[in-house]
Design a protein around this ligand. Sequence first.
Ligand code: ARG
Ligand code: GLU
Length: 661
Amino acid sequence: MFKRTFLTLAVLLLTLPALADKGMWLPSLISSRIDDMRAKGFRLTAEDIYSINRASLKDAVVLFDGGCTGEFVSDEGLLLTNHHCGYDYIQAHSSLEHDYLTYGFWARSRAEELPNEGLNVRVLVRMEEVTDRIAAGESPEEICRKAEAEGKGYRASVEQMYYGNQQFLFLYEQFDDVRLVATPPSSIGKFGGDTDNWIWPRHTGDFSIFRVYAGKDNRPAPYSPENVPYRPARHFKISLRGIHEGDFTMIYGFPGNTQEYILSDAVAYIAERSDPAKIAIRTGRLEIISEAQAEDPELRIHYAAKHATIANAWKKWQGEMLGINRLGTVAKKRDYEERFAAWAADREEYRTVVAELKAEYARIADAYFAYELISETLAALPTSYDEEERAESCFERRRATEQALFEFLAAEYAARCPAPYLIPEFLDGLHTWGSPEAYARHLFEEVWSGEKSADAEALASGIKRMRSHIVWLLGTRSLRNLTSKRLNELYTRYIRGLREWDTQRAFFPDANLTLRVAYGSVAGYEYADGEYHKPQTTLDGIIAKDNPEIYDYDIPQQLRDLYASKEYGRWGITLDGRRTVPVCFLATNHTTGGNSGSPVINGRGELVGINFDRTWRSTMSDIEFDPEICRNIAVDIRYVLFVIDRIGGADYLFREMDFVR
Ligand code: ARG
Ligand code: GLU
C-alpha cells in the first residue's frame, strides 16, 4: 500500500480491512500484528505461533526439500506437503512395475515407507536478531558456527531483512531420513496438469505424505532402518468443520522471494523488458516442444516434465506483467519516489539515494538482461546427450525437435543480447557460419553425433566467462533479481529512509525463504465487471472436467464410481443444495513460491487446507499485492482426507491424526 498517508480518510476506512492482508511477517515479531489478526478472527496468541520456551505452531512447520513447506499432522512425524513438492521423489520410486506416479502409493505399514536419498526437512529451532552482534564485528559465519555447535544436526544461516537494516540468525534442526508414506495418483495429485496450473477454478488434489525419522534420541540421524518416527514438539490438529467465505486463514511457511520495495526502474525492467522477452522466448520453445508432443505419443511423455517446467514460470510471468500494468505499479512507484525525494531533499543521509539507485540501475540493466538471456537461451541447450538418453527408443525421433530448439534459441540470443555482452565465442561462430541458425545447426550436429565438439566446448566456456564477468560487474553472486552490491548498499539506506518518512506504512521484510506468517480470509474475487469467482470448488467440477481422452483430465475410475454412488461418507457436504465433496478453495493470503505445501490454518490454529498455488492474475503480488484480486489456492483438507480414505483405502493413517469438529 503505497499512498496510505495520502489517501483521504474515507478511502482509508474503506480499504483498510482488505489491505492488511498484505505482508509476510516474521513469526518472532508477530506480536506487532496479533491485534489485527485477532480482530479478524484469530483466537490464539503470539506465543502460540512462535515461542522458544514452549511448543508452538512453528514446531509443526518444516522447510521441505529446500524449497517447499510441509507440516506435521501427527506426533509420529507424519508430514503433509504438495504432490508437486514430492514429485521428484515419487518419480524416482516409480518404474513400470511400480508406477506410483500413475497409480499412487499407499504404504500399508511403516516397513513399506520408502526412504528418499537427498531429501531433507528443516524445523526451526529459533530465530534471533543479530544486527548488533554483526555491528560489533562478529561475522555471520562465526555466528552460525557457534549456533550449530549447540545441537546435533543443527544448521544455521544469517539472513538480511529490509535489505540489511536487520540481520537474523535462523537455527534449524535438519532431518535427513524422510520417507514417502503415500501419494495419490497423478490424475488426482496433478489433476488439470499444466492446463489448470495457476488457474482458478481449480480441482487438484495436490498433496503427498511423508514421515520424518530420527534417531532413538529423537535427534536428526542419517537414514537407518533403526531410526524411529520423529516426535515433533507440536503437530497440527485437523479441522473437520471446513471453511466458509470470510473465515480467517493463516499461512505458515517458507515464501521464497518477493520484491516489495524495489524502485520503479526495477519494476519497469521486469514488466517492460525482462518478462516480455522471457515469455516470447519460452512461447517459441513451448511451440516447438508441443508440436513434437502432438505428433508423437512417445515424445509427449518424453517432453512432459520439460514442458511443465518451462510453462510454469512462463505462465507466472504473463500474470505478473499483466498485473503490474493493470495496477500501474511503475507510475505509482515513480510518484512515491518523487515524494520521498522531496522529503529527503534537506536530509543529508537520504538526499541523493533515489538518484543513486537510478544511476546504478542504468549501469547494470543491460548486463543483467544479458545474464538472464543466457539462462533462457544458450544455457538451456544441451552440451551433450548422455548414454541413457541415447538408449531411449524415441531418441532418433527427437532429432528434428532438438535441432529446431538449437536454431530458435541461438537466433533469439543473437537478436536480443545487448552488443557489449555478446559472448565472443558466439560472435566467432556467427562470423564463421554466417547466421545464428547455420551456426546452431553446426553445433547441434556435433553435439548430436556424440563426438567431443570443440566448438560446443568453446561456447560453453564463453558462457561461463560471460556469466562470471557479469557477476564481477554486479559485485554480487545473488543474481536471482536485478541487483548489485552497490544496489544492496543503497537499498539499506533507502529502506531506512522510507521507514522514517512513511510512518503509516506497515513494512514487512521481503520474503527470503525464511519462516513467515501471512493472514487473510477465505474469499472469492471479482476480476472484472460480471466476472465473479466463487472461493470453493467441488467434486462436481472434477466430474465436469473428466475426459478419458485428455491426459490431464482423465480421473481414476474409482472417483467416477464414488460420484455415481454418492458414497462420500463423512467427507460429503451439502453445497447450494447438492451433495458433494469440497476440493479446493481461495483465500487472500500473501504467498509466493516456496509457500507450496504450507499449512492453511483457521482461527483456532487447526489445519483446513494445504497451499499449492496462486491465481496467475495474482502473481504480481511478488511486487505489488492487490487485495482486490490476489488469491492463493489451497486444497481443502477434507478432500485430502477423502482421497486418503476413499481412493487410497488408507484410513489407518487417521489413527495417528487428531481430528477436531
Ligand atoms: N504453479 C505452482 C508453483 O509455482 C505449481 C507448479 C506445479 N504444477 C504444475 N502443474 N506444473 O509451483
Ligand atoms: N506453486 C508454488 C510453489 O511451489 C506456489 C505458488 C506461488 O508462487 O504462490 O511454491
